[in-house]
Write a new protein. Structure first.
Length: 161
């Protein structure tokens, strides 16, 4: 997502409040719940939700008569990618590590829990699993089939027979 697209999506103060409200929740919200929680007009909230969904920051799912909106799994990474370069030399660069032991693989399994999540990568036919916080999983925006690096962060490697 280009920065100008992101700023267009989140530049409206009401839309930004709606995005903040939904992104701070662990479960999805219908337009009426958002409107009530923020004390806003429900039809206006519905329009803003549609714009945020069409822009890729929210996802929606029909549940009975309601459409429930939640943060798109890649929203945080899209925002980071769009504005990360604005920090100049002091800004954080995505995906850059000094570690030598980086192994590129594909996400084959994700087991979410309330606090931690297990992510399994297929690296050349071998399975490698990492347990990370669920917040980190959400920040990374990982989904099945996505490429990801396993980074070995050990000072020693032991062998056993």
């Amino acid at each position: 997502m280009r920065p100008d697209e992101l700023f267009t999506l989140l530049g409206d103060p009401t839309r930004f409040r709606i995005f903040e409200y939904i992104s701070s929740r662990n479960e999805g919200c219908a337009a009426g719940k958002v409107a009530k929680g923020l004390r806003l007009n429900a039809p206006a909230v519905s329009q803003h939700l549609k714009i945020l969904r069409d822009g890729g920051l929210l996802q929606s799912e029909r549940m009975g008569r309601q459409i429930v909106y939640s943060l798109h799994p890649t929203a945080r990474s899209k925002i980071g990618d769009s504005v990360g370069h604005l920090g100049g030399k002091s800004g954080r660069k995505k995906g850059r590590l000094s570690a030598r032991n980086r192994l590129l693989g594909k996400v084959t399994k994700i087991e979410r829990d309330a606090v931690t999540s297990a992510v399994t990568l297929d690296i050349g036919g071998q399975k490698v699993q990492a347990v990370i916080t669920t917040d980190a999983l959400d920040d990374l925006g990982l989904a099945l089939g996505d490429p990801a690096y396993a980074v070995v962060k050990a000072t020693e490697v032991m062998l056993m027979t």
